[in-house]
Ligand binder design. Sequence first.
Ligand SMILES: *[C@@H]1O[C@H](CO)[C@@H](O)[C@H](O)[C@H]1NC(C)=O
Ligand SMILES: *[C@@H]1O[C@H](CO)[C@@H](O)[C@H](O)[C@H]1NC(C)=O
Ligand SMILES: *[C@@H]1O[C@H](CO)[C@@H](O)[C@H](O)[C@H]1NC(C)=O
Length: 479
Amino acid sequence: MLVSATLVALGATLAAAVPTLEVRGPYFINPKTGNRFQVVGMAYQPGGSAGYDEDLGKDPLSDPDACLRDAALMQVLGINTIRVYNLNPNINHDECVSIFNAAGMYMLIDVNSPQVAGSLTSHNPWESYYAEYLNRTFAVVEAFKNYPNTLAFFSGNEVLNNLDTGKTVPPYMRAVTRDIKNYVKRHSSRPIPVGYSAADVREILFDTYNYFQCSLEDEEDDISRGDIFALNSYSWCGDSSFTESTYDKLVEGLKDTADPIFFSEYGCNEPSPRIFTEVGSIYSADMWSVFSGGVVYEYTQEANNYGLVKLNDDGSAELLPDFVALREQYAKLNFDEIQGQKAPASSAKPPVCSQSLFTNKNFNSNFTLPVPPPGAEDIIEKGVSPKPSGKLVDVKNFDVKFTVKNPDGSVVANLAVQPLANDEINRPGLNNVSTTASSTTGTPAAGAKDNEDAAPHAAAMVLPAVAMGAFAVMAGMAI
Ligand SMILES: *[C@@H]1O[C@H](CO)[C@@H](O)[C@H](O)[C@H]1NC(C)=O
Ligand SMILES: *[C@@H]1O[C@H](CO)[C@@H](O)[C@H](O)[C@H]1NC(C)=O
Ligand SMILES: *[C@@H]1O[C@H](CO)[C@@H](O)[C@H](O)[C@H]1NC(C)=O
């Protein structure tokens, strides 16, 4: 029995995995090559809010057949990271995570959820800051911390979205970040970055950045500051440019960052269909001194019309013109060069917390954070009980079981995940399954205009963002 247990353990170490990434200064680094890593990401919430069902034990990473279909299509695009918003820590995600890992993809995990006691609320945040809520976020950390492809946890998503929330939310949001970082520090075998995903509401964006990233008392390892900072930005619409989109203002405003920054959502959908010319700017020298790529919003077509792929009830899928347009933009880039950059030496230090950092007089400048609510310190100390736990498993078959159609109605042939070798990360071209353009590409489809009212924003008023924030863990333990 001992012998077979050892063999199983050895087998587990041999399972191919993406290299666990590290944060060094303002960069994600692949420690195996020393190169910077740029997020080529996709927001993944199949079924929208219906994709999560507590009673049925269903969330976006619970159905392996669906994950295989979606991982194959994302691999064809060239995606290397998925963002998942709404996860149930108590169900098994091993197969789906193993499929995305085999396809060479990382995960950005929102630890919050739209359920009751699932997130810090924008309105009266102190009413939602209690142990049961924190316990749920810690449970998500437990469920994902051991996977090697967990890239980061988002501690919150767009909880601040205007001047009013800027007055009340910051200390609570920073306290949640602190609590999750303390949990990771105590219970994860590797450091997994934790940070906030902000709404790109310019009147508060840079104040928000300063509040979450500043360092108390000039301590660089301040446990309550974010390890990363991300923003959901929809300022590049149609055939825009680095300056017209005001991306230049983002680079200017964030250029002294001491932490990795990236778009946690992008992809303005007016006009529609999209042409995704921002891709060329995001992965160019215009942006990459400050930004580490971005996450396209979003994989599936929902009522708010941001989808690349339409899913049908029988599991079949149809590629939309936006899928083809995005694939074409990625294909224009040289990802060997983009992912092959060495990180320049950086002596960037976080700003020291002080009221002088803020441009809005009424932005909250109280850096005395709320203490953890009753009971929370005990959970941070002892760990969630019972503890969910995840691990990579063998995937037996990589062939997609469902029919997937091109925009012109033809069937995509031979669709499968191409499992990558150990330490390989997906990039455009590795899975070269052919997809065809639509005869209607370039012609706005009827009803294609975004309907802001139908947008599934849980927390955002201004942006099409959806879910609640979270933190992620990357775990390097193979056994
Ligand atoms: C904490 O989370 C675990 C895992 O989800 C759950 O089983 C447990 O009931 C939770 N405890 C509290 C006090 O909420
Ligand atoms: C700052 O926040 C702390 C913790 O919530 C609170 O005790 C304190 O009164 C606040 N200070 C001011 C000046 O509002
Ligand atoms: C895809 O790549 C394989 C292996 O490199 C090659 O044999 C095949 O011809 C390629 N197919 C297309 C459509 O480019």
